[in-house]
Design a protein around this ligand. Structure first.
Ligand code: PGA
Length: 252
């Protein structure tokens, strides 16, 4: 069993006052001997301060996207190196909101992931099907295509994390059933082992999409679910910590 990773994705939420949430999470996980790996991906404006707030604790801080280049004339963008220097250890790439709203393709996502790795960050590469794709029975085909494209050029299985996030479950309160989650996660595992051999077994595959304190105990024990990527429920320390504690109980 892989060590679980519980990752929060604050999206475009969080002002300076919310650094208290970072402090609360950092303090709580430090008291827990068998905590899973815990990460908060905060807005870029809070990253450096969040990293300071988490200092001395096991809590890690991450970014939410990065440009595929290290630097250059890309107004408004942020590079993996910048995130790393600000204190990030991880960065989410290919989140469906980036793919949909910013036109990020599998090819771009793979380049972003490589850039992250080259800058010393661990990319969390997101994949997932739309409701239409699921209802027309194309889920695994879509996932296979996204995996092939988004992992292109990534030769080291130890360098990245994957997150399966069905689009219809993100921010909707609709959670995939354990059977639906298991089917995709098992498929992803087989894909990874086919591509990377035994090293593919150690790649962490997170589930994301309306994961919350009420359903974590049902989702996190599913085979090949190595943690969660949590949006809404990561904004309140108590909710996020409750999910961390559920993961904790599973590793004891
Ligand atoms: P949600 O978001 O937990 O609010 O559904 C998950 C995500 O988009 O990463």
């Amino acid at each position: 069993m892989n060590r679980k990773l519980i990752a929060g994705n604050w999206k475009m939420n969080g002002l300076r006052a919310d650094l208290q949430t970072v402090r609360d999470v950092a303090a709580a996980i430090n008291k827990t001997a068998t905590a899973p790996d815990v990460l908060l991906c905060v807005p870029a404006t809070l990253l450096a301060q969040a990293a300071v707030a988490a200092e001395g604790s096991a809590l890690k801080i991450g970014g939410q996207t990065c440009h595929l280049q290290v630097k250059g004339a890309y107004t408004g963008d942020i590079s993996a190196q910048m995130l790393q220097e600000a204190g990030a250890t991880h960065v989410i790439v290919g989140h469906s909101e980036r793919r949909t709203l910013h036109g990020e393709t599998d090819e771009i996502v793979a380049a972003q992931a490589l850039s992250a790795i080259n800058s010393g960050l661990t990319p969390i590469i997101c994949i997932g099907e739309t409701l239409d794709e699921r209802t027309s029975g194309e889920t695994l085909k879509v996932i296979e295509k996204q995996l092939g494209g988004s992992l292109s050029g990534l030769t080291d299985a130890a360098a990245f994390v994957l997150a399966y996030e069905p689009l219809w479950a993100i921010g909707t309160g609709k959670v995939a059933t354990p059977d639906q989650i298991a089917e995709v996660h098992d498929f992803v595992r087989r894909f990874l082992m086919g591509r990377y051999g035994q090293a593919g077994d150690a790649v962490r595959i997170l589930y994301g999409g309306s994961l919350n304190p009420g359903n974590a105990a049902e989702i996190l024990p599913i085979s090949n679910v190595d943690g969660g990527l949590i949006g809404g429920a990561s904004l309140k320390a108590a909710d996020f910590l409750s999910i961390c504690m559920t993961a904790c109980a599973l590793t004891e």
